[in-house]
Ligand binder design. Structure first.
Ligand SMILES: *Cc1c(COP(=O)(O)O)cnc(C)c1O
Length: 391
């Protein structure tokens, strides 16, 4: 151990965002300096160079999910993609009905968007998952109505990491002629996605959970069968009219590169993540206070989510200064609200407030995991013995 120097705090919050891979930074830099052209300026070499970079990146994003590059629409991230997909499909289909179905454990980018549509005259059903976090297919079927037009179910949950059976849920939607949207922000580079086979109409993607830059994402919009989506951003008619605005060449090049790397390295990276995560779990599993949330089989490799059955646990969460972890979804932490995801699993609010998400990433080492295990054990024991308050 002594030959390795450890830099503290250790970043173990890769579900909130990832560091940018240096190869991605390298790819982006020229588009911030000499290659500054507007990709829409097709009359000169500046614009043409930028446009080529954008289209290369589009190919790379499409390749990771086995889609046609013409099915990729650039956005500012998964939040915007969720908005464009859900609002866009709801408005385009409102002549057929105004009911939407989603899951209580969706990201706020989906839940808040659906709620906004409710304020605008649509109706919605928010389904509870099973206690393991997975959606029961019969429950899903039972929620569908003759006026249901859109359903949104995430591929990978951002808190507990469970993987929904998108193929089965999508098949039900197909049968019923319901537009099916999938938020895959947490899935890229972690689970194989084959849109040539999956019955998915719309899929939200983002770069910054896959070692790319923040502020760039994409929406997959299926071409066959043709899908109608109403634009939510107007001006200039970029991206086939679906999303106007000058394309951010450097960001797009970064997203292309990080998706290219994900595609090439997934096969070796996923087992490595699983080894580190499983080591972490094994190092904590014997503690009576530790309970794992979410199904452990239908789950991405890098996610561990535990509830701590401890008195004065808030002291513990505040005392975890050597490791950067999430004590609830990053997007809502600070509000000190118990996790809506853990609550939906049936845990009471107190336990939900005492949960910790630990997500390992590309740049974590085995040494860091060893340190984290020893550190967490010490803190939990301190808390159990009532010593934490004094620190
Ligand atoms: C991070 C995340 C989002 C939001 O993505 P941004 O690109 O940050 O807007 C949406 N959905 C899920 C599941 C996420 O994990």
């Amino acid at each position: 151990m002594s030959d390795v120097t450890l830099k503290l705090p250790i970043y173990l919050d890769n579900a909130a965002t990832t560091p940018i891979d240096p190869r991605v930074v390298e790819k982006m830099l020229p588009y911030l300096t000499e290659q500054f052209g507007n990709p829409a300026s097709t009359t000169h070499v500046f614009g043409q160079t930028a446009s080529r970079a954008v289209e290369e990146a589009r190919d790379q994003v499409a390749a990771l999910i086995n889609a046609d590059p013409r099915e990729i629409v650039w956005t500012s991230g998964a939040t915007e993609s969720d908005n464009l997909a859900i609002k866009g499909a709801a408005y385009a289909n409102q002549a057929r009905g105004r009911h939407l179905v989603t899951l209580q454990t969706e990201h706020k980018a989906v839940l808040d968007t659906v709620q906004e549509l409710e304020r605008r005259g649509f109706t919605a059903t928010y389904l509870a998952p099973e206690p393991n976090g997975l959606l029961d297919l019969d429950r899903f079927r039972a929620a569908l109505r003759s006026d249901t037009i859109v359903s949104s179910v995430m591929l990978v949950n951002n808190e507990i990491g469970v993987i929904q059976d998108i193929a089965a849920i999508g098949a039900v939607c197909r049968e019923r002629g319901i537009v099916f949207h999938v938020d895959a922000a947490q899935a890229s580079g972690k689970v194989a996605i084959d849109l040539a086979r999956l019955p998915v109409d719309l899929m939200s993607l983002t770069a910054h959970k896959t070692y790319g830059p923040k502020g760039i994402g994409a929406l997959y919009v299926r071409r066959e069968p043709h899908l109608r989506v109403e634009a939510q951003m107007h001006g200039g008619g970029h991206e086939r009219g679906l999303r106007s605005g000058t394309l951010a060449t450097h960001q797009i090049a970064g997203m292309g590169e990080c998706f290219r790397i994900a595609r090439e390295e997934m096969e070796s990276e996923v087992p490595r993540m699983r080894r580190l995560r499983d080591k972490l779990l094994a190092g904590l599993a014997d503690l009576p206070e530790v309970r794992v949330n979410g199904d452990m089989n239908q789950r991405i490799a890098n996610n561990l989510h535990i509830s701590l059955n401890l008195e004065n646990c808030d002291f513990l969460l505040a005392a975890l200064t050597d490791i950067a972890v999430s004590s609830t979804a990053a997007c809502s932490s600070g509000s000190a609200m118990p996790s809506h995801v853990v609550q939906a699993l049936g845990a009471d609010a107190a336990t939900a407030g005492n949960s910790v998400r630990i997500t390992v990433g590309r740049f974590n080492t085995e040494h860091e995991i060893d340190y984290t295990i020893a550190y967490l054990r010490r803190k939990i024991e301190d808390c159990r013995a009532g010593r934490l308050r004094a620190e």
